[in-house]
Write a protein that binds this ligand. Structure first.
Ligand SMILES: Cc1cc2nc3c(=O)[nH]c(=O)nc-3n(C[C@H](O)[C@H](O)[C@H](O)COP(=O)(O)OP(=O)(O)OC[C@H]3O[C@@H](n4cnc5c(N)ncnc54)[C@H](O)[C@@H]3O)c2cc1C
Length: 389
C-alpha cells in the first residue's frame, strides 16, 4: 500500500534518468517527493552514452560526480575523418576544468548510479512497478490513480512532474499538444570489441556514402553508429561491420558484437511545459535528435532549473505560487529549441552531400585555430542561454 500524502507533496511520474535526477535535485533542495516507475525490472537501456560537462557540473553540486567519473570513459578529443584522411580534430581540454571532456557511460549504468544515489538518500521514495493510469487536476490539488500489483490506489497531491518519456501519459492526460516531426534520417548502431587505434578519442567519419560515428565504451569496446538510406528493422552484426569497412576501412570482428539496434530520428516539443499543477521535464517535454547526444543532458538541465525554482517558491509559501512555475517554461523552452537546432545541424553534416569538398571545408574551418575552442564548447552544450546558435 502506498502511504498517503499531503496536498503540498510532489510526485514524479517516471524513474528514468531524468525522473531520478529530478528526485535527487528536489531532495538536495529539501523538497520531499515520491517517484512512481511503472517498470518493476531494470532494463539494459543502451540508448545514451554522452554526459556533457554541464551535467557533470550539476552532479558535482549534488555530490555524485565522482561515481560517474569513476565508471565512465573520458573523451577529450573528437576527430573528423572522410574515410581516407583526417580532416581535423577538436580537443575539449581547453574547456573549463575539471570536466574538460565528454564522459561516456551507457544509459543503464547512468540509471544505476542515479537510482542507487536516490535510494540511498530517499529510502522508500522510489516505488517500482507502479504505473500512473489516471490524472485529474482539481482546484487546489491533483488526484492520480496508480496501478500496482493488480490493485489501483488513488492519491491527492500538490504537484505532478511528468518525467515519463516521449509517450508521456502525464502530457496526454493533461491534454498538452506535442508538436513536431520525424526526420527522414535513419541509423543502425552496434557495440563491438575495439580493434582500432583510436584509444579514448571519438571519431566522426563524414564520408561520401554517409556518416559513421565511433566512440569508446567500457570493457574495451566501441560503439559504431552508421547512417542508412532507409530504416532497417533487424540489422545484423555482419551487415553493420561490412558498411563500416566499406566507408572507413576499419575491420570489425562481427562475432564480438554485444548490442545491435536501429533508430529513426524525430523532433517534438510540448506546447506547454507547465499546466496548472502539472510540469513536464525531459523527453516528456521535448525530443531532440540523438545525433550529438544531448536529449538526456537537456532533461537534467530542466530538472535542475525546476528544482531551484520550486525551492525558491517554497521559501515564499508551502503551496507553491503556480504563476512562478511558468518561469521554468519561459526559460527551458527556448533552450530546448536551441538544442534541437544544434542537433539538426549535427545531423545535416552526416547526410550525403552533392557539393564535393563541402564537408572537408566546414570540418577544416570549425576545427581550425580560430574556431577550435568555440566548436568544442558548442559540442558540449555551452552557451545555451546566451549564444545565438
Ligand atoms: C539511439 C539514442 C541515443 C541517444 N544518445 C544520447 C546521448 O548520448 N546523450 C543524451 O543526452 N541523450 C541521448 N539520447 C536521448 C536519451 O536516451 C533520452 O533523452 C532519455 O532517455 C530521456 O530520459 P527520460 O527520463 O526523460 O525518459 P525515459 O528514459 O523514456 O524514461 C521514462 C521513464 O518513465 C517510465 N514511465 C512511463 N510512463 C509511466 C507511467 N504512466 N507511470 C510510471 N512510470 C512511467 C518509463 O518506464 C521510464 O522508466 C539518445 C536517444 C537515442 C534513441
Amino acid at each position: 500500500m502506498i502511504k498517503s500524502m499531503k496536498t503540498e507533496d510532489v510526485v514524479i511520474v517516471g524513474g528514468g534518468p531524468v525522473g531520478l535526477f529530478m528526485g535527487l535535485c528536489l531532495h538536495h533542495l529539501g523538497i520531499p517527493c515520491t517517484i512512481f516507475e511503472k517498470r518493476s525490472k531494470i532494463i539494459s537501456d543502451t540508448r545514451s552514452l554522452g554526459i556533457h560537462p554541464v551535467s557533470l557540473e550539476l552532479f558535482e553540486k549534488m555530490g555524485i560526480a565522482e561515481d560517474f567519473v569513476n565508471s565512465g570513459i573520458q573523451v577529450k578529443r573528437g576527430i573528423a575523418h572522410n574515410g581516407e584522411k583526417e580532416l581535423g580534430s577538436i580537443t575539449f581540454e581547453g574547456c573549463p576544468p575539471p570536466f574538460n571532456y565528454v564522459l561516456i557511460n551507457p544509459q543503464f549504468e547512468t540509471e544505476r548510479i542515479l537510482r542507487e544515489k536516490f535510494m540511498e538518500r530517499c529510502p522508500d521514495a522510489l516505488i517500482k512497478g507502479a504505473e500512473v493510469i489516471a490524472l485529474n487536476q482539481e482546484f487546489d490539488h491533483i488526484s492520480i490513480d496508480i496501478a500496482m500489483g493488480g490493485k489501483t490506489e488513488s492519491l491527492e497531491i500538490g504537484y505532478v512532474i511528468g518525467c515519463d518519456g516521449k509517450d508521456s501519459f502525464v502530457r496526454e492526460a493533461s491534454e498538452i499538444p506535442f508538436h513536431g516531426k520525424r526526420y527522414p534520417d535513419t541509423y543502425i548502431m552496434g557495440d563491438f570489441n575495439d580493434s582500432t587505434s583510436f584509444g579514448n578519442d571519438g571519431v566522426i567519419y563524414l564520408t561520401k556514402h554517409g556518416l559513421v560515428e565511433s566512440f569508446p565504451i567500457p570493457d574495451k569496446k566501441r560503439r559504431w553508429v552508421v547512417k542508412t538510406d532507409e530504416y532497417i528493422s533487424e540489422p545484423t552484426p555482419e551487415f553493420i561491420s561490412q558498411i563500416i569497412e566499406q566507408r572507413t576501412g576499419n575491420q570489425i570482428d562481427h562475432q564480438s558484437n554485444s548490442m545491435m539496434s536501429a533508430f529513426g530520428v524525430q523532433h517534438y516539443l510540448a506546447e506547454r511545459f507547465v499546466k496548472d499543477r502539472v510540469i513536464l521535464v525531459g523527453d516528456a517535454a521535448h525530443i531532440v535528435s540523438p545525433i550529438g547526444g544531448q536529449g538526456m543532458n537537456l532533461g537534467w538541465l530542466d530538472a535542475w532549473h525546476l528544482a531551484n525554482l520550486m525551492s525558491f517558491c517554497r521559501g515564499i509559501s508551502k503551496d507553491l505560487p503556480i504563476a512562478d512555475l511558468f518561469v521554468y517554461e519561459s526559460k527551458q523552452k527556448p533552450i530546448a529549441k536551441k538544442v534541437a537546432r544544434r542537433a539538426e545541424l549535427n545531423m545535416r553534416m552526416g547526410r550525403k552531400n552533392k557539393i564535393p569538398g563541402f564537408k572537408k571545408a566546414i570540418a577544416t574551418v570549425v576545427s581550425g585555430p580560430a574556431f577550435q575552442n568555440k566548436t568544442a564548447q558548442l559540442f558540449t552544450m555551452r552557451g545555451l542561454e546566451s549564444w545565438w546558435i
